[in-house]
Design a protein around this ligand. Structure first.
Ligand SMILES: Nc1ncnc2c1ncn2[C@@H]1O[C@H](COP(=O)(O)OP(=O)(O)OP(=O)(O)O)[C@@H](O)[C@H]1O
Length: 323
């Protein structure tokens, strides 16, 4: 019976989520569940609240109603840094606000306490699979094109091994070939994906389910043509959902030998990762005071200077501005 309950607990559960901004209701009654490896596209007109939904799922903003559960546990139980590590937000564009190089960002992010003792993906393999030269990792962010920085930021997010990736138009700056690479890497990465897109072709190429906003209706997409998305790269092959621990990590690429790095164990409720990477990098962090109150909540973010708004929140206990 206990085993049955575990199997039935979704990876992520969203019940009747509500988002208001400036006294205006943007989203209401959004409900869905997500299982490991599932893809849920989000589509809706500009301004309908797609980014707000992703930010709420990542616990970067506080919803005005509803319930979020990761493996059956609410954010306060999981811990906000651990939640944001497991449920990782990849914003539409953030490279222009970043300083330094992608490699520096990747290594800085690993120093967050919530990122320690967790399995990693193979960043160079991911960079390669996304059609980038390795040297982009050591170039300044502001020297990269929009498409390059979008893909290298995605590679970093994938390499940090989230269980759920929240993707805000992850290929919007890419040409068609790069877009196909992004789709193939994401489709085979093993993480559950919540994927905002405006591209109807992307839905049919990738498949999965579709959440239509503003109504929140969910439709099942037809399966993609068999040949359209051959497995190119698999970073996280096995995830034991018992307590969120990851038991095995492997990297498989069509042109690379299989690399197994099994054995490392990370616990969502315990060690987990930063999630703070995104929160710390985003100057528009907002949310309840407890979400940002103190170093413990930030899980060691003191490694990286916090943006002014987040610092303001931490000092006076009030939340900063939204997106
Ligand atoms: N911090 C904020 N303060 C006030 N209004 C906001 C804030 N953030 C978002 N909004 C408003 O909430 C609505 C939803 O914004 P959101 O960015 O989620 O839209 P979206 O569906 O992602 O749009 P797009 O497809 O253009 O990216 C918009 O009307 C936007 O103006």
């Amino acid at each position: 019976m206990q085993h049955l309950i575990k199997v039935m607990t979704p990876l992520l559960e969203v019940r009747n989520l509500r988002r208001d901004v400036a006294d205006r209701n943007i989203l209401a009654n959004i409900s869905f569940t997500l299982e490991p490896g599932e893809i849920l596209f989000i589509r809706g007109p500009s301004g309908v609240g797609k980014s707000l939904l992703l930010r709420a799922l990542a616990c970067l903003d506080h919803p005005q109603g509803g319930t979020l559960l990761l493996h059956g546990c609410p954010p306060a139980h999981v811990g906000y840094p651990a939640w944001r590590t497991a449920v990782s937000y990849v914003p539409q564009s953030r490279a222009s606000s970043l300083k330094g190089t992608p490699a520096e960002l990747y290594f800085q992010s690993q120093r967050f306490s919530a990122q320690r003792a967790r399995p990693r993906g193979d960043l160079p393999a991911l960079v390669h699979a996304l059609g980038l030269e390795q040297l982009v990792l050591n170039q300044q962010w502001n020297e990269l094109s929009g498409g390059q920085s979008q893909r290298v930021a995605l590679a970093i997010s994938l390499a940090l091994g989230p269980q759920v990736l929240l993707l805000d138009e992850p290929s919007s700056a890419c040409d068609l070939i790069s877009t196909l690479r992004v789709e193939r890497v994401l489709s085979s990465c093993g993480a559950a994906l919540v994927w905002v897109t405006h591209d109807p072709q992307q839905l049919s190429r990738v498949g999965g389910r579709l959440l239509e906003l503003p109504l929140g209706t969910i439709v099942h997409l037809p399966p993609p043509p068999l040949a359209s998305l051959p497995p190119v790269l698999q970073v996280f092959s096995e995830t034991d959902t018992d307590g969120g621990s990851v038991s095995t990590t492997s990297v498989r690429h069509s042109s690379l030998p299989t690399v197994a790095a099994g054995g490392a164990v990370g616990n969502v409720a315990g060690a987990a990762t930063s999630g703070g990477l995104i929160a710390a990098m985003r100057p528009s962090v907002s949310g309840p005071a407890e979400l940002l109150d103190g170093d413990a909540a930030y899980g060691g973010y003191s490694d990286i200077p916090l943006p002014a708004t987040a610092l303001a929140v931490r000092r006076d206990g009030r939340s900063g501005g939204g997106a």
